[in-house]
Design a binder for this molecule. Structure first.
Ligand code: GLU
Length: 553
């Protein structure tokens, strides 16, 4: 009579390593905590992925721990070529530093607990599987898609608990002899391996979640698939094996896994292993524009689900991280208000202060946070960040920035960090739009628009005014009052009143405000610009004169 042991040997004859061997090879870490980010390489970094990875990283760093990356590529149907390295690049942009992981430096693994791609860990899973079979806790199953569908329909119709358990699992109660016979009949293959659960649908389980506190749930009763036909494990088994051997002390992951915790605890138990701590992060939601209802941020429907969307639009990575902290922690905003200049590393982040219901993604708020960030940094820093963005997304603009760094910085710096600071940049693209006219080639390109705008203005006596202004204006003075007085004085000679009251007295062709608007349009191709005299000062007298002369033809 064959035993479970015999079955295990027949199914996995080559596996001689044991779980204790592996545990000895990957010993306990010496750091106080170890957390991981375990994305599936299905494309770009998702906003939710950024949120999860940031939270884990922040916690690890705050507790002097290790943060490692594991690529969960066992679902090869969903895998997207190159996604893993794209993901790693994105994390780098956000300053999420990985202590261990794949493709990190020189295209190779860094760290002693690898390999860090699940597809390269097949041998480890087999060791664990073999143990379960030997203990009678896993069995090969050949139930067809058709059979599974029939069972699902029957359970639904008769309102029974869904799943493959108890009498619904054809092979669950087969003896090792029967299973072996079938295995040999089928050319020594099996479709999948299932975990043999206790199958008790009335059992409850209580565990502690680091975010949610004590959670009570019905225990797992399903004979879940743990190894697929392609020889790769399902998420559940991989989680047990990898987080054990990679020595994760705390698993921070999406709340979609919360209901799997009873299964995971059962599996850890089946191996005689201690489970890590868990923290299940609430899913990021948004208000649906059409229905007005709260729903999950969706990869398929929401462009903002893709982190690349923010890069392209010109959000700063730091602004996004600040925003993520406002989503992650209710106390962050107060802290930021009190400590506008401290780095986020000084913020004391607590998992038990995290929201248990899905935080809402809110573009208005994100823009506000980003604006506050770009407004707070130094102008040289703003220049550097804008340049990095432009090099990737607006190469032509980047050439101006590189060619005229001081000029560009001076243009960015107008009114910044002053009492009147209009905080005019929310995105790097705002910097671009508000700076382009400073560069002569771009100013020339705006000729048609300029002529159009000028045609809307009162242009009486302007050529004479312009000639005088060119000859007499002094752009060196710092005093705004003096600068305005100069304009008034010169304007008055050509029939422009100094103010409204004067204008109403009659006998004037226009007001000084018309002149200011004219200068604005002629110099900047726009009716709205930062403080006109500051703009002229940054442009320098020669450029101002040249642009005004172009008006004269
Ligand atoms: N690969 C899983 C996912 O992307 C990871 C969950 C986990 O962190 O354990 O959802």
């Amino acid at each position: 009579m064959a035993t479970w042991h015999d079955l295990a040997e027949q199914l996995f004859p080559k596996v001689t390593t044991t779980i204790p061997d592996l545990l000895a090879k990957y010993p306990e870490r010496t750091e106080p905590v170890a957390l991981r980010f375990a994305p599936s390489p299905t494309g770009y970094l998702h906003f939710g992925g950024l949120y999860t990875s940031f939270v884990g990283w922040k916690y690890a760093k705050e507790h002097q721990g290790i943060y490692f990356l594991r690529i969960e590529d066992t679902d090869q149907k969903r895998e997207v070529e190159g996604a893993a390295s794209l993901l790693i690049q994105s994390l780098k942009k956000f300053g999420i530093t990985i202590d261990e992981g794949p493709l990190w430096e020189n295209e190779s693994d860094v760290g002693e607990y690898g390999p860090y791609f699940q597809s390269k860990r097949a041998d480890f899973y087999k060791v664990f599987i073999k143990h379960l079979i030997r203990e009678g806790l896993a069995y090969p199953c050949r139930m067809s898609e058709g059979e599974l569908n029939t069972i699902r329909d029957t359970q639904m119709k008769s309102k029974q608990i869904p799943g493959i358990y108890g009498r619904y699992s054809t092979y669950r109660d087969w003896t090792p002899d029967q299973l072996l016979e079938r295995y040999n009949q089928e050319g020594q293959t099996f479709s999948v391996l299932r975990f043999r659960s206790h199958g008790d649908t009335s059992k409850k389980i209580v565990f502690e979640d680091e975010i949610r506190g004590v959670v009570s749930m019905i225990d797992n009763y399903n004979d879940i698939v743990i190894l697929k036909g392609d020889g790769l494990p399902t998420y559940h088994l991989a989680h047990i094996v990898d987080d054990t051997l990679m020595r994760a002390s705390l698993v921070t992951r999406g709340e979609e896994w919360l209901t799997s915790v009873p299964l995971h605890l059962q599996l850890f138990d089946a191996f005689g292993l201690r489970a890590p701590k868990y923290a299940h992060l609430a899913t990021i939601c948004k208000i649906d524009a059409e229905t007005g209802k709260k729903r999950k941020l969706s990869k398929r429907h929401d462009p903002e689900a893709n982190v690349h969307f923010f890069f392209e639009k010109g959000y700063s990575t730091q602004g996004l991280i600040e925003y993520i902290l406002t989503l992650a922690s209710s106390s962050f905003e107060d802290w930021r208000r009190e400590n506008p200049l401290l780095p986020i590393s000084d913020f004391d982040f607590r998992l038990d202060k995290m929201n248990v219901s899905g935080p809402l993604f809110d573009e208005v708020k994100l823009n506000w946070v980003n604006n506050a960030y770009l407004s707070a940094i130094s102008t040289p820093e703003l220049y550097q960040q804008t340049l990095a963005w432009a090099e990737e997304f607006q190469p032509e603009f980047s050439t101006y920035l590189k060619q005229y760094p001081e000029y560009a910085e001076a243009a960015m710096n107008i009114e910044r960090h002053t009492e009147k600071d209009p905080k005019r940049f929310t995105l790097y693209s705002d910097v671009q739009h508000q700076l382009l006219f400073f560069f002569d080639t771009e100013w020339e390109k705006g000729r048609a628009q300029r002529i159009d705008l000028l045609s809307e203005l009162n242009q009486e006596n302007l050529p004479a005014f312009v000639k005088d202004y060119i000859n007499n204006v002094d752009l060196t003075t710092e005093d705004a009052w003096v600068r305005f007085s100069q304009l008034k004085e010169i304007g008055r000679k050509y029939g422009y009143a100094a103010n409204n009251a004067e204008f109403k007295e009659g006998g004037f062709v226009g007001k000084v405000g018309d002149l200011a608007m004219f200068l604005r349009v002629q110099l900047c191709n726009a009716k709205q610009t930062p403080d006109l005299f500051s703009v002229m000062k940054v442009m320098g007298k020669a450029r101002v004169v040249e642009r005004l002369e172009k008006y004269l033809g």
